[in-house]
Design a binder for this molecule. Structure first.
Ligand code: F6R
Ligand code: MG
Ligand code: MG
Length: 386
């Protein structure tokens, strides 16, 4: 792989291995250790290049290499790196040290072991701009709405109308997170079918987007659901997403544009609340108010023979100030509801939090109600009775 036809794999693997303070951010010592590990792997030739990214309490290892997707050595490197950052977290008694590492030993592929992963192999174009989005305090389905806007909504992406290279549309691959099945939908002709599913982001998540008829993805997301994997409440999945841009794909500005209108996602405090997804610059990626609100950062790169030229902080732009302000207004409004839905997630989604344990304790208080037990004065009238 690699060499003359410039095919590379971009792998982004993220995990929360310990928060500073609480679930707010990653300690600089953890970032340093991750950088040391990946520098060594680069010096040894395993990686072409890397960038250690972060959002909130999650570290994201952004790596390019000549291997395939699901390359054992790359996944093992990520696992070892997270072991090392967990060690730092333990030494500093950071919060939730090793939180997302659900298994004791590496088993050949990091999928199913806790960390989230988005990766894709593709032939690097003459110029290859791409954006790695990282979100904290939310779930993989949070990308559904922006991906739809980028690749299927001409009100967001005028290229769909006016660029002959985009006019045919894109194919979305949707994953059913509960039944583990995938389905593909072509846009624009099947947008109504697509929206049936991706409008329910707790259950269905867009996993890949393709140019119609092509096999290389143009966007990929992490779709791991931490709590479903763990079988207990661990935290939200805090997903990542890769979007390739320009020349027949959404322009960089079209890929960023959906985040100019903050949409409401599931996550936030205790992974149990709806809140706005706030686009922020790197120096504002630290959720604090009510452990949030959920936020997203955008790492922009130009790929150059597999080298990651960047990152550029794509949301460090005053034109996103209004979105940030609007996100705060939405947060203020939703917070007024306190423990009531729709601020608190609906009951079926609360199943994956700690709430069922509390419900279990008081469930015996509920007694069956039978019609005949109702007080005399509210007993319903029935012909022949009374
Ligand atoms: C959200 C998140 C936090 C915690 C909250 C309680 O994904 O991780 O909001 O759920 O801080 O944490 P514990 O239960 O560890 O005290
Ligand atoms: Mg956390
Ligand atoms: Mg997190």
């Amino acid at each position: 792989m690699g060499g003359e036809i410039d095919v590379y794999t971009l792998t982004v693997i993220k995990a929360d291995t310990g928060g500073f303070v609480g679930h707010c951010t990653v300690h600089p010592a953890s970032v340093r250790v991750a950088e040391e590990k990946l520098s060594k792997a680069k010096a040894e030739g395993l990686l072409i290049d890397f960038c250690v990214g972060k959002v909130g309490d999650d570290i994201a290892l952004i790596m390019t290499h000549n291997g395939r997707t699901d390359e054992k050595q790359i996944h093992a490197l990520a696992w070892e790196t997270f072991q090392a950052t967990t060690q730092v977290a333990k030494e500093l008694k950071l919060y939730g040290a090793g939180q997302d590492l659900l298994k004791d030993a590496f088993s050949g592929n990091i999928r199913g072991m806790g960390p989230g992963i988005a990766e894709m192999s593709f032939e690097e174009r003459a110029s290859e701009p791409l954006i790695v989005f990282l979100a904290d305090k939310t779930e993989p389905g949070a990308w559904n709405w922006p991906l739809y806007k980028m690749f299927a909504d001409p009100f967001n992406t005028p290229g769909l109308v006016i660029d002959p290279k985009m006019h045919d549309g894109f194919t979305f691959e949707v994953l059913d997170l509960i039944e583990h099945k995938t389905a593909r939908f072509n846009t624009p002709e099947e947008i109504y079918d697509l929206l049936l599913f991706i409008g329910a982001p707790g259950r269905y998540a867009v996993r890949y987007v393709y140019k119609k008829g092509e096999s290389e993805p143009v966007a990929a997301t992490s779709t791991q659901r931490l709590n479903l994997m763990a079988g207990r409440y661990v935290g939200k999945d805090d997903p990542v997403m890769i979007v390739r841009c320009q020349s027949g794909l959404p322009a960089v500005g079209e890929a960023l544009e959906p985040f100019g209108q903050p949409h409401i996602v599931a996550g936030w405090m205790r992974g149990s609340h709806h809140g706005p997804l706030m686009p922020v610059a790197f120096d504002q990626d630290t959720p604090s108010r009510f452990d949030g609100p959920p936020r997203v950062v955008a790492y922009g790169f130009q790929l150059c023979h597999g080298r990651l030229v960047g990152p550029r902080d794509m949301f460090d732009d005053p034109s996103f100030d209004t979105a940030r302000k609007q996100a705060v207004e939405i947060a203020d409004y939703l917070r007024r509801l306190g423990p009531f839905e729709p601020h608190r997630l609906p009951l079926d989604e609360m199943e994956y939090t700690t709430m069922p344990q509390v419900m279990e304790r008081v469930k015996d208080r509920f007694m069956p109600v039978e019609e005949d037990e109702a007080p005399e004065n509210v007993r319903p009238l029935r012909s022949g009775k009374r």
